[in-house]
Design a protein around this ligand. Structure first.
Ligand code: EPZ
Length: 428
């Protein structure tokens, strides 16, 4: 299994291109199931999770033509043409769903267009139990008959889905997206109250609208969808990855460097910008994106709580904790979205960080420096937080289980090395 080896202590300077958002691309790919015509997606990141979703869709009969565009020095995202004109199966098998929970996002589109779907129940995962009960309750409200049998969700809507007023009791990104897709082909009007406002949901709504769907309220907590008999083909460019953006912003901050993040948009990471500004990090817009620098001397501890968008993203919590580990003073980081998202804490502590967890909050007391250690993590963002820590740790940090990073960060080590990091992938 590959490892990443980092010799810390080099401030990063240069420019990093930010790719298309994984968490948008996966749902956009699933949306191709809603139409027999071709959906062309551009700016897709080159990531393991995208390949997993492509395998799943191919298993269902979607034809996928890829354009592995090498334009822009290989930095341009890939383009896929996805055509769901001859679906051969409506079953998402266990072997693919267990690799990636986002596979459950084929449920809404399959059910809406074909009146049936059989999707393996995603199990718990490293960051918590992560049920899909809210997806299922919402689809049931639209008239779906849902059974759980032998580890599978078996859903049927022989007479089609019907519009409904769905009120989500908690904000769920995937639940909102599954329902939004299903509602585009339902009979009548669907209203989603307490909808997720994440930019990836708005990106999906924009793509569905280009496919002929009628959607109002994207980006707000109330979505109103009037179902259509069918959707047509479209072309859509995946929105920039705000979590990749925020992660490299922290790379600049933690190393005391300055990075231009190409394609970056401040509006997508405003809560991160506000928090980091309080910690002593500067952000400026540039013609090509945004520049992040730590010009002032020290970093200061800040208190942050993760929240649904537009709050501070849970997907940036681990990276912020790495930064706070070397800030002056104490900070309190509270995780309000997932119940078990502090797996990076013991690993950061092995590198010399001083962190105590009390329930859903972690108290981080900044230390003068981190030291290298062999480390590993069990999820994507926890893994990248260890890479960030390695960038400032004294000595050689070895990050194991790199496959987690490959699920969400395209050419991470190349992008960092191009800006002066001493980092390499060791293939074993
Ligand atoms: C999406 O997960 C992202 N994944 C996650 O990113 C992200 O952390 C999360 O949204 C929150 O922003 C993808 O987009 C593929 P939720 P999702 O439904 O949709 C509970 C990463 O690192 N809940 O908004 O699965 C749930 O357990 C990943 O890229 C229910 O109880 O998240 C959680 O506590 C990790 N029942 C909360 O709601 C349900 O039916 C929010 O989950 C659904 C959710």
């Amino acid at each position: 299994m590959d490892k990443i080896v980092i010799r810390g202590g080099k401030p990063l300077h240069g420019a990093i291109p930010i790719g298309g958002a994984k968490n948008s691309a996966l749902k956009l790919m699933a949306a191709s199931l809603l139409s027999p015509e071709t959906l062309t997606l551009t700016n897709l990141p080159h990531l393991v999770d995208i390949t997993t979703m492509a395998h799943l869709l191919a298993e269902l009969g979607v034809r996928i033509a890829m354009d592995g565009s090498a334009a822009n020095g290989g930095h341009a995202g890939r383009a896929f043409n996805l055509t769901a004109d001859t679906i051969t199966s409506t079953t998402a098998p266990y072997d693919l769903v267990r690799k990636m929970r986002a596979s459950v996002l084929v449920l809404g589109p399959l059910l809406a267009r074909f009146g049936e779907a059989r999707v393996s129940l995603p199990g718990g995962c490293a960051i918590g139990t992560r049920p899909v009960d809210l997806h299922l309750k919402a689809l049931a409200q639209m008239g779906a008959e849902i059974d759980l049998r032998e580890g599978y969700i078996e859903a049927k809507a022989p007479n089609g889905l019907k519009g409904a007023h769905v009120i989500f009791p908690v904000v769920t990104v995937g639940g909102t997206e599954n329902l939004l897709m299903a509602a585009t082909l339902a009979e009548g009007e669907t209203i989603i109250t307490n909808a997720a406002r994440e930019p990836e949901v708005s990106d999906l709504a924009a793509c569905l609208t280009a496919m002929g769907a009628q959607i109002e309220g994207a980006g707000t907590d109330t979505l109103r969808i009037v179902g259509r008999r069918e959707l047509h083909g479209a072309e859509h460019a995946v929105i920039v990855d705000r979590i990749e953006l925020g992660t490299y912003a922290i790379a600049a901050a933690i190393t005391g460097g300055s990075l231009e993040l190409l394609g970056g948009r401040l509006d997508l990471i405003q809560a991160v910008v506000d928090a980091l500004h309080g910690a002593g990090v500067d952000f400026d817009e540039t013609p090509g994106g945004i520049r992040v620098s730590r010009t002032r001397n020290g970093l200061r501890g800040i208190d942050v709580m993760t929240e649904p968008y537009p709050g501070f993203p849970t997907d940036m919590q681990a990276q912020l904790m790495a930064l706070m580990s070397v800030a002056e003073g104490a900070s309190m980081i509270t995780e309000s979205i997932f119940e078990n998202r502090f797996m990076h804490v013991p690993e950061l502590c092995r590198m010399g960080a001083n962190i105590n967890v009390h329930g859903s909050s972690a108290i981080v007391r900044g230390v003068d420096h981190l030291s290298s250690a062999p480390v590993m993590a069990t999820d994507l963002r926890a893994s990248v937080s260890l890479v960030l820590a390695g960038l400032v740790a004294r000595g050689e940090t070895m990050v194991n289980r790199v496959y987690h990073l490959d699920r969400g960060y395209e050419r991470l080590e190349d992008k960092l090395a191009a800006c002066g990091a001493d980092i390499e992938r060791v293939r074993t």
